[in-house]
Design a protein around this ligand. Structure first.
Ligand code: FAD
Ligand code: SF4
Length: 511
């Protein structure tokens, strides 16, 4: 039976059972398509990274004698639409069965289900063999519960996979969570190792993208491309992380610095989200390295890292499949302001935003706290429409695929899901940013000044947000303390803070 098997751009799992042996009657199909480059405007590095990784994956399969049909973005027979391309191939190659792996995005899942209904040959869908949970495991885990606290799911995963466990029920190190020790500001020391670049030349791929006329944004250095685009590259990033960065990962996980874009973060999200690396191998490599170097590396660094992957990453995927498609429409705080233009240019006098956005435009990367407490915090405080916030996050980051982008953005960062993922909104005044970063010293604004001309904009925005959303958060126990401080504020003082906040919201170009 002649079989056509589809491999999507984020399904580059070298270890998938499909590839155990070459089969002469199986054709694998991969395609660079406008349907994928145009559903949102992407950062140029993201498009380059996906195209290069897909090309390398096709090469890998061909070297192992699999039959691969690959459509480049400018190929004549590429119809730029998944269903049209598949129909064409089925017809021209006398295909008798169509097979695909479960997509991770709702829109592709729907498209492929509809396609299979339309064709008159049988079809079969396979698991990507990538995640540690199935699409519905999280939903089953929380069945009958109102609150979906990530921590309980994480503990269950630790037990289920026997990760960092002393025995069947006790965690290694005596604690499940070392988050409290992961809160240091980085003050220029310890020095951060800097040899983790690949410096690849990607000018051919860039030329193809330009020739196709794909609209992108952001910056790129074509002679020195820095993202992993093959399994070898991805493994090198993982090794580099274990040897050089794990030692301080937890300590500086929440720290921010204008010059150090990556600090001790792993930069493994693209390799994992494109499936070049399996989360299990990442977790085991890190734990194995730690076991051999326990005299130098504390368990808190390792647990902090494992929690992100075994906990948050799987949890967000579960939330996505539990709540889509409705999740993409959620706007529980009824926010409708436009995203300020400076999100696309970094041209703002607010130093934290300038650096976090500039770095994102330059590297298609910002670490978690920059995404959450700088760009996300500002978007929420200015009551920005979550649709616009989502489009920005989905476009700008190298690792942005909807299942993990939307849950983090609408859920964790914008509270648009009404507190499903985050029990209270991640908002702060300037003082948190000052505590964790090195941005405020060089800023036009004074972080300690609450009101008046050069006062830090986050300060007035913060109190204005709490006041505007007072009714909404009335019953939220975790907001009680801040609401009681708000209640004690002098009326005139609050009025003045609100006037300034609304000037910032309505005239972002001035700030
Ligand atoms: P590290 O800090 O080294 O962490 C290790 C790994 O843990 C990451 O590679 C990632 O796979 C996983 N991880 C960490 N935090 C999370 C999280 N909250 N959810 C899921 N996985 C996590 N992550 C994406 O992969 N794609 C996105 O589109 C995305 N959008 C985000 C949007 C917002 C508003 C926020 C607040 C976070 C977002 N994240 C997203 C989560 C997180 O910021 C990134 O995974 C991380 O910054 C990637 O860099 P790193 O590989 O150096 O991560
Ligand atoms: Fe950001 Fe305010 Fe600090 Fe400036 S003073 S860097 S605007 S937090």
């Amino acid at each position: 039976m002649k079989i056509l098997r589809l491999i999507l751009g984020d399904q580059l799992n070298h270890k998938h059972s499909w590839y155990d042996q070459p089969e002469s009657d199986v054709i694998y199909f991969m395609a660079e398509m406008r349907q994928e480059t145009d559903y949102v405007m992407h950062h140029i590095q993201k498009v380059v990274a996906f195209f290069e990784s897909m090309q390398n994956f096709a090469k890998y399969l061909r070297e192992r004698e699999h039959n691969v049909i690959y459509f480049g973005i400018n190929d004549d027979n590429n119809e730029q639409d998944l269903a049209k391309n598949l129909s064409q191939l089925i017809k021209n190659n006398q295909i008798e069965k169509f097979e695909y792996q479960l997509p991770d995005e709702y829109r592709l899942d729907e498209q492929l289900k509809a396609f299979c209904k339309d064709i008159d040959i049988p079809s079969e869908v396979y698991d990507t063999e990538h995640f540690l949970t199935s699409r519905n495991d999280l939903e089953n885990f929380y069945k009958g519960k109102k609150q979906f606290t990530m921590e309980y799911f994480y503990r269950d995963m630790r037990k289920k996979y026997d990760i960092l466990m002393l025995n069947a029920k006790d965690p290694e190190g005596g604690k499940w969570n070392f988050d409290k020790s992961n809160r240091d500001k980085w003050k220029g020391k310890p020095e951060i190792p800097h040899e983790r670049g690949f410096r690849k030349d990607v000018s051919d791929t860039l030329k193809e993208i330009e020739e196709a006329g794909i609209k992108t944004f952001g910056n790129i250095n074509t002679k020195s491309f820095n993202w992993p685009t093959s399994r070898e590259d991805a493994l090198a990033v993982l090794n580099y992380f274990c040897k050089n960065l794990l030692v301080h990962f937890g300590d500086y996980q929440d720290a921010m610095d204008p010059e150090e874009a990556y600090l001790y973060h792993s930069r493994l999200s693209f390799a994992m989200n494109s499936k070049m690396l399996h989360p299990r191998e990442v977790i085991h490599s890190v734990i194995d390295y730690w076991r051999d170097h326990q005299d130098k590396i504390d368990i808190s660094q390792v647990e902090g890292f494992v929690r992100q992957i075994l906990g948050w990453r799987e949890y967000m995927r579960g939330i996505y499949w539990m709540k889509m498609p409705g999740y993409a429409e959620k706007n529980s705080l009824d926010n409708h302001n436009p995203l300020p233009d400076f999100y696309w240019t970094a041209e703002t006098k607010m130093n934290c935003l300038h650096h976090a956005i500039k770095q994102s435009l330059d590297h298609a990367y910002a670490h978690h706290i920059q995404r959450l407490m700088i760009t996300g915090n500002y978007a929420l405080l200015t009551q920005t429409d979550p649709k616009e916030v989502d489009a920005w996050y989905l476009g700008i980051y190298i690792d942005a695929i909807e299942w993990v982008e939307i849950t983090n953005t609408r859920g964790m960062s914008q509270y648009a899901d009404g507190g499903l993922v985050a029990t209270k909104p991640y908002v702060s005044s300037g003082s948190y940013i000052h505590k964790m970063s090195n941005y405020c010293g060089d800023c036009t604004y004074s972080v300690t000044k609450k009101d008046g001309e050069n006062a830090c904009p986050f300060n007035s925005l913060y109190w204005n947000f709490l006041d505007d959303k007072r009714e909404y958060f009335k019953g939220n126990q975790r907001m009680k303390l801040m609401m009681s401080i708000l209640d004690k504020k002098d009326r005139n003082q609050l009025e003045s803070l609100k006037n300034r906040a609304y000037d910032i919201i309505n005239h972002p170009e001035k700030y």
